[in-house]
Design a protein around this ligand. Structure first.
Ligand code: BGC
Length: 765
């Protein structure tokens, strides 16, 4: 009873997100008092209680339990735990009652764990696991709302527990270096600060439920092209300032329990056997105490992998062997089976791996199992998934994520009392495209297409029609003949010309935008541009809705249409969300987490992607995304942080304190007023500019943001606290973060190119 009371107290005293032993001990303080009391009363449990092995006693400190259990394990038993049991489980130990860690992908909901996504997502695959499909990562980032991301993490963890699993393979925090990365939809965009805040929120949501989160893919998995073989050459400053921050905060702020290494090489070494990454950076610099899991099929050696700090190789067992025999898996470059008991034992006997190293790895895995509660509160598959609460989170996130890119003559929101007919056209109109392809694709119980969402919202007063206009690339050969294409286009034009409003839903599909390969081009798939042009000619009230994982080129038609929205892949509630925005039930408040380029040549990575001879030089260094557009004076089509609204906001009274040369945090405040006619949220973005730096620095860098909900005429004071990190750059010479004392500019605005207020602050060392 006392141990359970202690555990309850641990939960009640705050989320168990940190592996920091001191904090664990502090949380345990009240428990120790209780145990002492219980001892006095004569019913203490734990070590002293006969028959209870110390590692099984929740009342004992985690470190003691880890050491006790390690001491009871044979070397063989430890070595067996270094590689997986099957596709998504670690090895259990029946003799000692060590459970297996049951995993699932992640991060946008829960995908079936029965095999690789090529199997579980294949057409006609037997789909056993249906769960809530949340908007993709880039959409979650477009909300700029850590609260909704945390709610998503919590919901996913609750579903995971309900399915009897323990660990989610997410969040993905790799930076969108190039708009052609096939997996751009999964990450949180181009900015390290925004990505960090959302990564922390997701992990807190997951781990607050006692479920293991896995931040991935460490590090620099920024392209799918040759992801198993490519060597990313990145200088130390770019790593520290752009590619590492979200991993660092995941560890230091969210206390993430697991890190997944990436497929690629980083500066000549595979990430799974890279001591700079897995030992020096993760553990020595950042203090990570959890375990590292390999990406599926990313290991190439035994001793080098274990010695670099890789703790758990996945997948394992027969599923791994079978998979690696598959010629397609081989051709892609998958490799594995290096940490099998046999291979590790051989290296131990040759003296290439020490027993202490094995102890460290297994200790890390066990520590996470104890801290996450796996020994004390196993997850029995008894709960429900896709509850109304979880659906509500998916809907809220999808609605908040939609970005209004253009709204000439205030065509939007639609005035339902004046409209009698709408036609919804396009290859993404009647199909709910909930996510991109690959391991993150979730099979929901239901999903709402834009057409269905619009029909349901429009009600019986408005007639809603639908035509295809053009079929999605590679989706239906029968509709892809010249004659059929012409017929579909004519149909679109003729229906559009008769309707009050034409809503054209275009974009990509999960077959075109996916893990495993990069996007061919930023143009919309064949026929879609022409279809938009033709419809826009036929109906002046043409609204374009983009349903894709990132930027697309719009140059051929953007001047010809009055309104454009980006809905990303909005998960199962995407259709309802776009309907609420179109009809003005919700105010569009999403802002772009990635810059939209006019032409591919304008991209920071242009000329240095996808590399040559399997070498990709990150020659743009720290100048990724808006940092590049600012520095090189390139006008993007839509800048980072951009998004329109149905209402207007006025910014005033920007103040900073203390504004003197101290090491104290800088407090910034301003007033934001909703000056328009509707309620809505505004994302206020704060950038810092260092004008006196001795090194090259970006023109501005996002260092804080706040999403505020305001009723018409309402004003709120928005406050930010900037600590030292907001002013620092990474010095390669000093191998440390440096703040050069002096005057910094604070820029506050509605996008990276719409700075409304500026001030300066003096900052000390
Ligand atoms: C992906 C990971 C995923 C793993 C397991 C890999 O191909 O890169 O993100 O978690 O498969 O499905």
């Amino acid at each position: 009873m006392i141990p359970s009371l202690c555990l309850y107290l641990e939960y009640a005293l705050g989320p168990k997100t940190s592996l920091d032993v001191r904090r664990v001990r502090m949380r345990r303080f009240p428990c120790l008092v209780l145990i002492l009391l219980a001892n006095v009363l004569g019913f203490a449990q734990g070590q002293s209680s006969p028959g209870v092995l110390p590692y099984k006693s929740p009342a004992l400190p985690v470190e003691q339990r880890v050491q006790d259990l390690l001491g009871r394990m044979t070397l063989e038993e430890k070595v067996a735990m270094l590689s997986g049991a099957d596709w998504m489980q670690s090895v259990a130990n029946e003799r000692l009652g060590i459970p297996s860690i049951k995993m699932a992908d992640g991060p946008l909901g829960i995908r079936s764990w029965s095999g690789p996504s090529s199997q579980t997502n294949a057409p006609g695959a037997r789909v056993e696991i249906k769960t809530t499909s949340f908007p993709v990562g880039v959409a979650m980032a477009a909300t700029w709302d850590p609260e909704v991301v945390q709610a998503e993490g919590r919901a996913i963890a609750q579903e995971l527990k309900a399915l009897g699993r323990d660990m989610i393979l997410g969040p993905t925090v790799n930076i969108n270096r190039t708009p052609l990365w096939g997996r751009n939809f999964e990450g949180y965009g181009e900015d390290p600060y925004l990505t960090s805040r959302l990564g922390v929120a997701y992990i807190k949501g997951v781990q607050g439920e006692g479920v293991i989160a896995t931040v991935k893919h460490f590090a620099a998995n920024n392209q799918e092209f040759e992801r198993h073989r490519v060597n990313a050459k990145i200088d130390e400053r770019a790593l520290q300032e752009i590619y590492f921050p979200a991993f660092k905060t995941a560890i230091q702020e969210a206390g993430v329990w697991s890190v997944m290494s990436a497929y690629n090489k980083l500066n000549d070494l595979y990430c799974a056997e890279n001591p700079f990454l897995l030992t020096d950076t993760l553990r020595k610099q950042w203090g990570f105490k959890g375990f590292v899991v390999s990406d599926w099929g990313s290991t190439y050696s035994t001793a080098n992998t274990v010695n670099a700090g890789m703790d758990l190789e996945m997948p394992g067992g027969d599923p791994m062997k079978l998979w690696l025999k598959n010629p397609r898996a081989q051709a892609a470059g998958n490799s594995g089976g290096w940490l099998t008991s046999e291979k590790v034992q051989t290296e131990i006997s040759l003296g290439k791996i020490s027993k202490d190293t094995v102890d460290e790895s297994i200790g890390r895995i066990l520590r996470v199992m104890f801290i996450s509660g796996m020994f004390d509160h196993p997850h029995f598959a008894t709960g429900e998934v896709d509850t109304p609460e979880q659906q509500a989170v998916a809907r809220k996130a999808a609605t908040e994520s939609i970005v209004l890119l253009k709204n000439a003559e205030a065509l939007l929101p639609l005035n339902s009392s004046k409209i009698h007919s709408i036609v919804v056209i396009g290859p993404n109109a009647a199909v709910a495209r909930t996510g991109g392809g690959g391991s993150s694709l979730v099979h929901p119980k239901y999903s709402i297409s834009p057409l269905k969402g619009i029909q349901d919202r429009a009600g019986s007063q408005i007639q809603v029609g639908n035509v295809l206009g053009v079929s999605m690339e590679n989706e239906d050969q029968s509709k892809d003949t010249p004659a059929m294409r012409e017929q579909l286009l004519n149909e679109a034009v003729s229906t559009a010309s008769k309707a009050d409003v034409a809503i054209v839903v275009v974009g990509r599909s999960s077959a075109l935008e996916s893990e495993g390969f990069d996007i061919k081009a930023l143009d919309l798939p064949p026929g879609q541009d022409e279809m938009i042009q033709a419809v826009a000619k036929a109906n002046k009230n043409t609204i374009v809705v983009i349903n894709a994982g990132g930027p697309v080129f719009m140059g051929k038609w953007i001047e010809q249409v009055p309104a454009v929205l980006h809905m990303w892949y909005g998960g199962q509630e995407g259709g309802n969300a776009i309907a609420s925005i179109l009809f003005g039930d919700a105010n569009p408040s999403g802002k772009l987490p990635v810059s939209f380029v006019r032409r591919w040549e304008d991209s920071p990575a242009y000329g240095h992607y996808p590399g040559e001879n399997l070498q990709v030089e990150y020659a743009e260094g720290i100048y990724v995304g808006y940092r590049y557009f600012d520095k090189r004076n390139v006008e993007p089509l839509f800048p980072f942080g951009y998004g329109l609204s149905y209402t207007t906001f006025a910014y005033s009274e920007l103040k900073v304190s203390p504004g003197r040369k101290t090491d104290q945090p800088v407090e910034v405040s301003l007033r934001v007023r909703n000056t328009g006619p509707r309620s809505g949220a505004e994302v206020v973005e704060l950038y810092v500019h260092d004008g006196h730096s001795s090194v090259d620095r970006p023109i501005k860098e996002l260092k804080s943001f706040r999403r505020v909900n305001l009723a018409p005429k309402e004003t709120q004071t928005v406050r930010f606290t900037l600590d030292r990190s907001a002013f620092a750059y990474y010095s390669i010479a000093k191998k440390d973060w440096v703040v050069e004392p002096g005057q910094f500019e604070i820029l506050v605005g509605a996008s990276s190119r719409d700075i409304r207020l500026k001030t300066v602050v003096n900052v000390g060392k």
